[in-house]
Ligand binder design. Structure first.
Ligand code: ADP
Ligand code: MG
Length: 222
């Protein structure tokens, strides 16, 4: 059982002018394997900061995060991130984007190809493997981003407003896809959104965050 445990996490950014911003104060929670948690809150309440700490991109100024029995001290393959947009490798084809992780891990080409083909099917992009990223619509690009994340088989998937840049219809379709992936893969997912509807629709647990300093304001089991 790989429980995620966040203990008294605080984050204070130091500013170049000598000031500081308290982005998170005393955030604590645990999340069991296979849950889907949505984080809802206004802009600036520390949602991205929290995800970056969980991803290991940022070290908190206080507190600690553990996944299973490992303390998180940096990025790792056990955690994958899907950003709002624009995080694909524009100079690589769709299949090269999705296969990036396995390739970097030195998996044999034939194995990588199989992973990529399976994932293209999973996200509904069969036949698009050889396309360039710029040939795809925004929704299709986010499907590639999801597939690229899944290719590393992470235990925890972090999504920072992954559907925020999409039109309403595409967004609805993608919400369905995320739910389907969650049910099929049993992955633990934390998804940040500022849409109340989305947070309610996707979450089986929902945290509402409050700003200045960023903290968890209320918790709902859905
Ligand atoms: P959210 O994702 O909820 O909009 P963020 O985590 O991006 O919030 O930011 C939380 C607060 O921390 C904001 O006040 C923001 O201005 C500040 N902040 C974020 N990143 C930095 C940084 N690198 N340096 C200084 N302040 C930052
Ligand atoms: Mg943000």
């Amino acid at each position: 059982m790989q429980e995620l445990a966040i203990k008294n996490v605080g984050m204070i950014y130091k500013l170049p002018n000598g000031g500081s911003v308290e982005a998170l104060r005393d955030v604590s929670f645990t999340l069991g394997e296979g849950r889907i948690l949505t984080l809802l809150g206004p802009s600036g309440c520390g949602k991205t900061t929290l995800l970056n700490i969980l991803a290991g991109f940022l070290a908190p100024t206080s507190g600690q995060v553990t996944l299973g029995d490992k303390v998180i001290t940096g990025p790792g393959q056990d955690r994958g991130m899907v950003f709002q947009q624009g995080a694909l490798f524009e100079w690589l084809s769709v299949e090269k984007n999705i296969g990036f992780g396995p390739r970097m891990n030195g998996r044999p080409a034939s194995e990588t190809k199989k992973v990529v083909n399976d994932l293209l099917g999973t996200v509904g992009l069969s036949g698009f493997g050889e396309k360039a990223v710029y040939e795809l619509s925004g929704g299709m690009q986010q499907r590639v981003a999801l597939a690229r994340c899944l290719a590393n088989d992470p235990e925890l998937i972090l999504m920072d407003e992954p559907l925020g840049a999409l039109d309403a219809l595409t967004r609805e379709k993608m919400q369905g896809l995320i739910l389907k992936l969650w049910k099929e893969t049993g992955k633990t997912i934390i998804l940040v959104t500022h849409s109340v509807e989305e947070a309610l629709f996707l979450g089986d647990k929902l945290f509402v965050m409050a700003p200045r300093p960023g903290r968890i304001h209320s918790i709902y089991d859905l």
